[in-house]
Design a protein around this ligand. Structure first.
Ligand SMILES: [Zn+2]
Length: 309
């Protein structure tokens, strides 16, 4: 499982940072890629990666500001142009209005897609668990921005323990139905009377990963709730230390506030994105250093950077 950052800039693109989008790559887990936000130029950024648009099965939108959604019509149209590849449906999750935005841009531009889009819109009253499959659950909660904006908590379900086949073979269990029984957690007795305790041959279940991806927001308790015990928290850092007042005014956070959220939530790692073009590279390293005084495991991400979860 990896997160690849497609755009890490705030508000408008700069030479080094495109506007918001990131991909959660779940290829090993479910052979899918999920996009979170889709700012203008996201499809161009994808060209620089190994991501195949057809593998993008779900898109989650945090809020309807242009720097987070203007890439949708272009991405959706290009996704249709993958000749002789199977056309697969796509799900879009986002605030009420996203469906109208997408359908209007497609209709006005005369774009016809050879695949279906299923929209899942929500407002303040319909948040909580917004998606569940046998492997993942996704929760959304409202944040505190200048318009309705959410954060997402992606929870992988616990992974079953795996059978240690070599150890089982060494214990004298012949390959066949007995193997299957042990794999299903059943104790068995061999012909010579040896008792095989299934639990000794199956590794303990592994806890699933938790990824928290927030939209633009002031510091708020909802962010902490979404990030409790997260393996990774992706948090905006539009402003730097000392800019708390102006950050509040514009509905954003500073690096220090993001670090406080990570610390309060007990997150394992903090990745800062939504970086203003005002910050030059030496300022960016200062952003990290300052935040690290509050929460040590912090990193400011770059466009196209890939982080293993
Ligand atoms: Zn933004």
């Amino acid at each position: 499982m990896e997160i690849q950052f497609l755009g890490t800039g705030a508000g408008q693109p700069s030479k080094s940072r495109n506007v918001s989008s990131l991909a959660v790559k779940l290829l090993d887990e479910i052979n899918e890629v999920w996009l979170f936000d889709c700012g203008e130029g996201t499809q161009n950024q994808i060209l620089e990666t190994s991501i195949r648009p057809r593998k993008v099965s779900k898109i989650f939108i945090t809020h309807l500001h242009g720097d987070h959604i203007f890439g949708l019509p272009g991405f959706l149209s290009s996704r249709a142009f993958q000749a002789n590849e199977e056309q697969t449906d796509l799900e879009i999750y986002g605030p009420v209005g996203i469906k109208s935005f997408v359908l209007t841009s497609l209709r006005v531009s005369g774009s016809r897609l050879p695949y279906k889009i299923h929209f899942h819109e929500f407002d303040e009253g319909s948040l909580g668990r917004i998606m569940e499959t046998d492997k993942f659950t996704v929760y959304a909660e409202g944040l505190d921005h200048t318009i309705f904006c959410v954060g997402y908590r992606v929870m992988q379900k616990d992974l079953e323990g795996t059978l240690d086949a070599d150890k089982l073979k060494a214990a004298g269990v012949p390959f066949g139905p007995l193997f299957g029984q042990v794999k299903n957690g059943q104790d068995v007795t061999l012909e010579d009377g040896t008792k095989i305790i299934a639990a000794d041959y199956i590794s303990a279940p592994r806890p699933g990963k938790i990824i928290t991806i927030l939209g633009d927001t002031r510091k708020t308790n909802a962010s902490v709730r979404l990030a409790v015990n997260a393996d990774v928290l992706v948090h905006e850092s539009t402003y730097g230390k000392g800019d708390e007042k102006i950050a509040r005014k514009h509905g954003h956070s500073t690096n220090m506030q993001a670090a406080e959220v990570a610390r309060e939530a007990g997150a394992k790692r903090l990745l800062l994105n939504h970086i203003s073009a005002r910050f030059l590279s030496k300022d960016v390293s200062q952003l990290r250093k300052d935040a690290a005084t509050v929460f040590e495991k912090v990193h400011v991400v770059k466009d196209l950077e890939e982080v293993e979860i």
